[in-house]
Design a binder for this molecule. Structure first.
Ligand SMILES: [Ca+2]
Ligand SMILES: [Ca+2]
Ligand SMILES: [Ca+2]
Length: 178
């Protein structure tokens, strides 16, 4: 065997020219006397031709609590309300609204929940219309709050002022004649 020919066969690197004829989305791996085309991650095919793999269509479990969107060579998630994408954008995780939005649940306590949050209101407060803050209950709107006296609403409570000659009962919502 001619030494020059044998070393030519051994050392020619087909991959150096035009990626060895492999698909642009494939890697060419040289081996003595041969080479292999392998599709890149996220692509499928024989290496000469590679096609994007639709991860979303092939795995319906992806992007729970969101929507899976196919990309060339990859995919990413768009997440439902209450969830945000992980750093690699390939899953959705619960947003801890209490940590993220410090102004939530004024006059109450914020409790994080899966996909949402809730406000536990302090005594004398009730959930506001958007359920994201607690507002003072106007006890004076109820006639029973201060029978035979003058009701004054205050933040988180109320005062029942009895007329002269009347005294407040221990229950706090009734005046009676002394
Ligand atoms: Ca894809
Ligand atoms: Ca949450
Ligand atoms: Ca009040």
């Amino acid at each position: 065997m001619n030494l020059a020919t044998s070393s030519y066969i051994q050392y020619v690197n087909e991959c150096l020219l035009n990626n060895g004829g492999c698909d642009p989305n494939a890697s060419c791996v040289n081996s003595p006397g041969s080479y292999i085309c392998t599709c890149d991650d996220g692509f499928t095919g024989n290496g000469q031709e590679c096609y994007d793999f639709d991860e979303c269509e092939n795995n319906l479990e992806l992007c729970k609590n969101g929507q899976c969107l196919n990309d060339a060579g990859s995919f990413h998630c768009e997440c439902d309300m209450g969830f945000s994408p992980t750093s690699d954008r390939q899953a959705c995780e619960d947003i801890n609204e209490c940590d993220e939005f410090k102004e939530l649940c004024m006059n109450g306590k914020c409790e994080n929940m899966y996909g949402m949050f809730q406000c536990i209101c302090n005594q004398g407060y009730e959930l506001g219309e958007l359920r994201s803050t607690c507002i003072d209950i106007d006890e004076c709107l109820s006639e029973d709050s201060c029978n035979y006296g003058k009701c004054i609403n205050i933040n988180g409570s109320y005062i029942c002022n009895c007329a002269d000659g009347f005294e407040l009962l221990a229950s706090g919502n009734d005046c009676y004649g002394k």
